[in-house]
Design a protein around this ligand. Structure first.
Ligand code: ATP
Ligand code: MN
Length: 473
């Protein structure tokens, strides 16, 4: 009788002992005596292994020699109650087939390798407990995001990855071309007329501008796709290729935007707590002892809503009392991550949504506040309705804003900043034909993953990280 393969995650929930079962997976460890071997088998469906008990007199030495860490097996046997394996179930093997042997140069053979070592063997690290856990959580987070927006009436909207507008990301975009660079170099000039699109084109740094077209037609949309930034910042929080979630909503104001940001992040975190228990427990034990507690605390706390000017006052107050920072933070400065982390981790001890930033440090499309703020007893320059959500351990996890919907105000920003808008007429049309108040934000998926997994480096929450000088696997 042919039996169907059981996934280990399903098998470990069963109690109908005595049944014949078939499992397939990779050997994590093997130990035992002369008479019997205990094989820990994992098939990726769960962090947990199932123990296979193999009586050596039943299986020849030839076969047993091939059962080494990393080898792939198909095992048929009887499901029995287990006493010693750490699980309720184990398998008394009646048949073992080696589907793939594994050489002793298998890079994941040794336990406890450094993350740096893992990155150098990123093609194989997915088979480890840690990366298995991270990847299963990543799937669950993606699912949660779709679930949240679908539940709230947002439409999943696909914006292009190749774009010919560079209004936002000038300087940090990857150019897309079919021109032969050797020939261009020889001829000494670039003729974009000969290029694929007939003009310069790049990989997108954000789907927002196209997202605004979607929102002003469908009411509420979200994007969820790859984003590219050629910024040469070799930090543990930046990738050259990352995934971004960008909801955009018609008729939404600043308070509603902050409500959405907070509710959405809490939903995702609660989803992880509910659906990724085993993997979170593993990461909590092995990677970050405070992880689960931190997730629960953020899910259950009200985020602080803090105008930038108030934030500067708090920071200046701390400096006056002797707190040292590497970078200055006077009104008008872009806050460094040390400032953000001070506010979140030391001062408030909870997530902070910072708002009403100086116009000069934010993007051209943000809506200008009606009044200029006071800070340190002085009236300051114009501010905009931008919102950065700042998280413990991470710093900025979300950047969002209310968008300027007034055509003339938007144009005057574009002109005074000297933004090349000749290819942007289509964006400006949203402000000419039935313009409406609207708002949206961008969440870096890997920043969320860092928070939810407790991993320290953004290269370790995506399967195949792209950073300066690395694109090997
Ligand atoms: P940062 O100041 O952290 O570099 P940013 O202000 O340039 O970020 P935005 O343009 O506001 O980022 O992008 C929206 C979100 O995308 C950020 O809040 C962050 O979560 C994420 N993000 C931005 N750049 C990167 C990157 N290089 N790698 C991974 N995530 C990123
Ligand atoms: Mn930002």
């Amino acid at each position: 009788m042919d039996i169907k393969r059981t996934r280990i995650v399903d098998l470990l929930k069963r109690t109908d002992f005595g049944q014949q079962v078939l499992v397939k997976g990779w050997v994590r460890t093997r130990r035992g005596s002369k008479a019997v071997s205990f094989i820990a088998l994992n098939d990726g469906s769960t962090i947990k292994n199932v123990q296979i008990v193999a009586d050596l007199d039943k299986f020849g030495e030839e076969l047993m020699k091939q059962i080494t860490t990393g080898a792939c097996l198909s095992v048929t046997g009887t499901m029995v109650e287990s006493i010693g394996s750490g699980q309720a179930v184990e398998i008394q093997a009646s048949e073992i087939e080696v589907l793939g042997t594994c050489g002793d140069d298998y890079p994941m053979q040794k336990k406890g390798q450094s993350f740096e070592y893992m990155r150098q063997h990123a093609h194989m690290r997915l088979r480890t407990n840690t990366f298995g856990a991270v990847m299963r959580i990543r799937h669950n987070m993606a699912f949660a995001i779709h679930q949240y927006f679908h539940n709230h009436g947002f439409y999943y909207f696909h914006t292009p990855l190749i774009t010919a507008s560079d209004c936002e990301g000038a300087g940090q975009m990857f150019q897309v071309t079919t021109l032969d660079l050797q020939r261009v170099a020889k001829s000494g000039k670039v003729d974009y007329d000969q290029d694929f699109f007939g003009k310069p084109a790049s990989l997108t740094v954000s789907g927002q501008l196209e997202g605004e077209l979607g929102a002003t037609a469908l009411g509420a949309i979200y994007t969820f796709g790859p984003t590219f930034r050629a910024e040469n910042s070799n930090t543990p929080r930046h990738l050259a290729e990352f995934w971004m979630i960008e909801p955009e909503i018609a008729f939404m104001d600043l308070v509603e935007l902050m409500d959405l940001e907070e509710d959405f992040l809490k939903f995702c975190i609660n989803w992880a707590l509910e659906h990724c228990q085993d993997d979170l427990e593993f990461l909590n034990n092995m990677v970050d002892k405070g992880l689960i507690e931190r997730l629960k605390s953020v899910a259950n706390t009200e985020f602080v809503r803090l105008p930038y000017s108030k934030g500067i006052e708090i920071l200046q107050d701390a400096i006056a009392k002797g707190r040292k920072f590497e970078f200055p933070c006077n009104w008008g400065d872009d806050l460094a991550s040390e400032h953000e982390r001070y506010l979140v981790e030391e001062y408030f001890k909870k997530p902070v949504i910072m708002t009403n930033y100086p116009k000069a440090i934010k993007a051209f499309y943000m809506k200008i506040d009606a009044e200029k703020p006071m800070c340190m007893g002085k009236q300051q320059e114009e501010t905009v309705q931008g919102t950065d959500v700042l998280f413990p351990q991470i710093g900025e996890i979300i950047g969002g804003s209310v968008r300027e919907e007034n055509y003339d105000k938007l144009m005057s920003e574009i002109e005074s900043r000297g933004i090349p808008m000749k290819d942007m007429w289509w964006y400006l049309d949203t402000r000419r034909f039935g313009s409406c108040p609207h708002a949206g934000f961008g969440l870096g998926f890997e920043r969320l993953m860092l928070f939810v997994t407790g991993m320290q480096n953004i290269r370790d929450v995506i399967a195949f990280p792209r950073t300066p000088r690395t694109a090997e696997f």
